[in-house]
Design a binder for this molecule. Structure first.
Ligand code: FES
Ligand code: FES
Length: 312
């Protein structure tokens, strides 16, 4: 089997509207739109997670609906309208959702944030006043390992308030959104103050800063998809590393023959545990971990849990 150079694999072409702009792109026909966005168009705001439709990190709006782009071939998207996190704001201003996420700590590491923002936008476009349950339901397909989701729900609710009341000047919004509510939090279902006008009438000291949440210095980058993670870095002639994982939770390695893999066109190097005989561990008692497996593979946690549930 021969592998064609990357450029000569680009035999497919589509025209679609990306964040309001007519866009033509040439790409390898096997690519998903997520790969085309990130690798061929340099829009790395949309993140690459599981590639299986499970984590939600790759959600964008396709003709106004939140869609997981790791499951959509780019070839299917000719003539469609695509909105990513890069196109959420207007005239250099953040969308109210972005503002609220940045203000209320709903974007922490920020990896899930672009997809949650566009998913929330799809919700608010359909339903401008969603309940907490409707927000929860709308983003239930987006996994976030950092926030515990509460800040995300609150940020969507804050954006609803902001969108509903364009009367509030921008410079007052930040103090209203973060300073007025006890503990700097937004209203919840039990709070009697439910409109921005109520907030403005409530007493607050704009100079009070201690104990008040402030926008993180990297908040804007997190909510605009500008934060760059390792997966977002593309360099000329960059080599890629692929880890081979065992399909077995616990098994002995009888032998690994790398001859064919090493001879494959484009493969620079194949490393096995024998090449990296390093033992380490986060705790002193667990200093028996290995960077790559040597004599056995062990413990695929998710499978162990499933099998222990099955046993009980
Ligand atoms: S990358 Fe996880 S759902 Fe698409
Ligand atoms: S903010 Fe880190 S995964 Fe959601």
């Amino acid at each position: 089997m021969t592998t064609l150079p990357i450029e000569s694999q680009k035999t497919a072409q589509i025209r679609f509207t990306l964040n309001g702009e007519e866009t033509d792109v040439l790409f390898a026909p096997y690519k998903t739109l997520l790969e085309v966005l990130r690798e061929d168009l340099g829009h790395t705001g949309t993140k690459h997670g599981c590639e299986l439709g499970e984590c939600g990190a790759c959600a964008v709006l396709l003709d106004g609906k939140a869609v997981l782009f790791c499951l959509v071939l780019a070839l299917e998207c000719g003539g469609k309208q695509v909105l990513t996190v890069e196109g959420l704001g207007e005239d250099g201003k953040l969308h109210p959702l972005q503002d609220a996420f940045a203000d209320l700590g709903a974007a922490q590491c920020g990896y899930c944030t672009p997809a949650i923002l566009v998913t929330a936008k799809a919700l608010l476009d359909q339903n401008p006043h969603p309940s907490r349950d409707q927000i929860r339901e709308a983003i239930s397909g987006n996994l976030c390992r950092c926030t515990g989701y509460l800040q995300i729900f609150e940020a969507v609710e804050a954006a609803v308030l902001k969108i509903a009341s364009k009367r509030i000047p921008e410079h007052k919004w930040h103090s209203v959104s973060t300073n007025t509510w006890p503990g700097g939090r937004m209203a919840n279902e039990n709070d009697s103050r439910t409109t921005p006008a109520d907030d403005l009438n409530a007493s607050h000291d704009e100079l009070r800063v201690i104990g008040i949440p402030r926008r993180r210095v990297d908040g804007r980058a997190k909510v605009t998809g500008q934060t760059r993670f390792a997966d977002d870095i593309f360099l000329p002639r960059m080599a890629h590393c692929k880890l081979l994982r065992s399909p077995h939770p616990h098994a002995r390695i009888r032998k690994i023959d790398t001859t064919r893999a090493t001879a494959y066109p484009g493969v620079y190097l194949v490393l096995t545990g024998k090449d990296v005989p390093i033992q380490y561990g986060i705790l002193p008692v667990s200093q028996d971990e290995q960077a790559l497996c040597l004599d056995r593979v062990r413990h695929v946690e998710i499978q162990s849990r499933r099998s222990s549930r099955a046993r009980s």
